[in-house]
Design a protein around this ligand. Sequence first.
Ligand SMILES: Nc1ncnc2c1ncn2[C@@H]1O[C@H](COP(=O)(O)OP(=O)(O)OP(=O)(O)O)[C@@H](O)[C@H]1O
Length: 358
Amino acid sequence: MAISRLLIEHFRNLSAVDLEFDPGFNFLVGNNGSGKTSLLEAIFYLGHGRSFKSAVTNRIISYDQPHFTLHGKIQDKQHQWSIGLQKLRQGSTLMKINGEDAKKISDLAHLLPMQIITPEGLTLLNGGPSYRRAFLDWGLFHHHQGFYRVWSNLNRLLKQRNAALQQINDYSQLLIWDIELVDLANQVTKWRKKYVETLKPEIEKMCQLFLPELEISVSFSQGWDRNTDYTTILQTNFERDRSVGYTFSGPQKADFKFKANGLPVEDVLSRGQLKLLMCALRLAQGEHLMQEKERHCIFLIDDFASELDQYKRALLAERLQQNGSQVFVTAITQEQLQEMRSKNNRTFSVKQGDIQVI
Ligand SMILES: Nc1ncnc2c1ncn2[C@@H]1O[C@H](COP(=O)(O)OP(=O)(O)OP(=O)(O)O)[C@@H](O)[C@H]1O
């Protein structure tokens, strides 16, 4: 999957951009504040319906403009799609796929599997468990067609149960929710466990390459005691859940943890090592998708040079070239990109929101 052309209107400081990309490497070079990250953010927005930087969409729309518009042409070996997304300041979103209205952002997300390697992305390792659940669920979303429906139902049901907990005083009143909740929780957990099992060898291989000096181990916790069935957990936790006002245990508490030589990575690794581990995880997940589903991810790499030494930069470049994905990389100067140069690449200069091919 690759973006061949992208039109952007009123997205941060990118007021009018029309670019044709290389299916391989695309380098974005420019000074601080010129608009490099904004371009990555626009691509990310097209595939997720949200930003990786800001939760408030109105801050992304160019100042004094009523909306932003993104329009992309996407292609794989056999197919081509035209996708569009417009976000209005008063809140509504319009989405189109091949000229037809798209109802759900998940339709766009299916077309554009993406991996980001940005400073914000370090939350995968040093942020809360929700970031690591999102990592696993990203994989399940792209590997299992039915995952999104089950996952959405699970979240909806948990919300309803939490609201009900504040109003009832007898567990029997919750049973109607819990029978369905247990089924959904078990299904999501079964998928997550299986995914971790199949991804683990890929992660180990990639960690050997990027962090050979460390022994990285991964572990999955499902969100409740693994020796007790979820039905029993919900029943026995009822009074506690009622007193805190939400469902304390369950798949909404699952985590996927990483240790280096037996210690939590966020406590012992340097920032550069954390960045390398993040690269290893993102690459492992992208390559796993390619092997299982023959689908290429698009890699968005912001501030590529920072915190990586020359050798590690070359290693990341080599690995990305081998897997044949489309890659977008930002840097302040062209020199920082020396290790990334390959046959297929295009370089863009970014100056105050104006982007030109060099
Ligand atoms: N809603 C908006 N409307 C217009 N401009 C904006 C908006 N939000 C942010 N900006 C500006 O857009 C510019 C784009 O910043 P961006 O993060 O893309 O820079 P960058 O080239 O990645 O810089 P750096 O190398 O410092 O990371 C900044 O100057 C910022 O102040």
